[in-house]
Design a protein around this ligand. Sequence first.
Ligand code: NAD
Ligand code: TDX
Length: 340
Amino acid sequence: MRLLVTGGAGFIGSSFVRRAMARPAVDQLTVIDKLTYAGNPANLAEVAGDPRYRFLHADINDAEVVTGLMRDADAVVNFAAESHVDRSIEEADAFVRTDVNGTFTLLEAARATGVARFVQVSTDEVYGDVPEGSSSEADALRPRSPYAASKAAADLLALAYHTTHGVPVMITRGSNTYGPRQFPEKIIPLFITNAIDHEPLPLYGDGLQVRDWLHVDDHCAAVEAVLDRGTAGEIYNAGGTASLTNLELTRWLLGLLDRPESLIRHVADRPGHDRRYALDSSRLRALRWQPRVALEDGLAATVDWYQQNEAWWRPIKDGSFRDYYRRLYAERLATSTAAW
Ligand code: NAD
Ligand code: TDX
């Protein structure tokens, strides 16, 4: 199998690449990544020397480049995206350019080259807020943030390219993912690294929003199952092993790090904040996939990884991330309240 992986220098993409390179069935793997603030070549250092692997620093919107790469591939997995909800609230341009136009460019290339399989990596956020029960793949899309809307638009384009042009598209919709090498803008790595430094943890609103946590290894196994055994034109939900409130999650992290709950600050809520996500993953389970990493094991290992790998995250937090953090959190923290 010759694989083309977009966004492979990011959190989930790089984990997928390491996993794929361990498979003898993979003869060639090409990563294309724009290396935005979230892309980090260090995430791919482990595979960089393998003769089956090559890296191309490019934008998925470059039609000529992606068409050329696809001619030389049996399958494409599209991880490339702008992925952070709060950034999409601040400025959504890049979300439309990458998540919508970029996916469109890849679909056009798939149509032109007749690539055999195309996995579009999507998210539970396309279903919007789910006050009770769980989302199944046939449910209506009700995205509520610009990020979620950009991913939903990509899903609809992908499905239309399957129906109209026969492009062999499969969509995965994973839930909130966590693990090593996640950019420290997302709640788990942000709170772990802040807590290591005895900095406050800015919990949005009442902290009672519910997320269903999926370990990155389980997310990658889901994408691999769909790549290998999925049916073209189908959507596959991949839910996690534990649903809990952000407040419960935060307390758990503080316990693992031996830090006091007085670090928790309730800050102004995220506009349009989805209260709860939940996925029904029975279709993917029928493909012999199930999430395996229990949250207690995955969180402990993730905390340990950030403790052992300061060289990975300190340069990020000390660089341009500082300005972002100030913009998003300074005012919020100045007007915050204690958790108790
Ligand atoms: P990430 O932000 O860590 O990585 C995104 C990668 O895409 C980066 O390497 C970045 O450089 C690259 N990229 C961005 N724009 C590009 C462009 N125009 N051309 C080429 N490369 C570009 O994201 P992640 O958390 O690893 O998420 C990967 C995918 O999984 C995304 O599609 C996201 O929507 C989806 N997803 C993420 C989660 C989660 O909790 N993190 C859950 C479900 C689905
Ligand atoms: O500082 C924070 N304080 C806080 O209370 C941050 C960054 C987050 N939160 C809350 C908001 C959410 O309820 O924590 C929860 C998780 O937030 P994020 O880590 O930003 O993730 P979320 O918005 O749920 O989206 C994630 O899962 C679905 C990924 O970022 C998406 O890429 C994926 O599609």
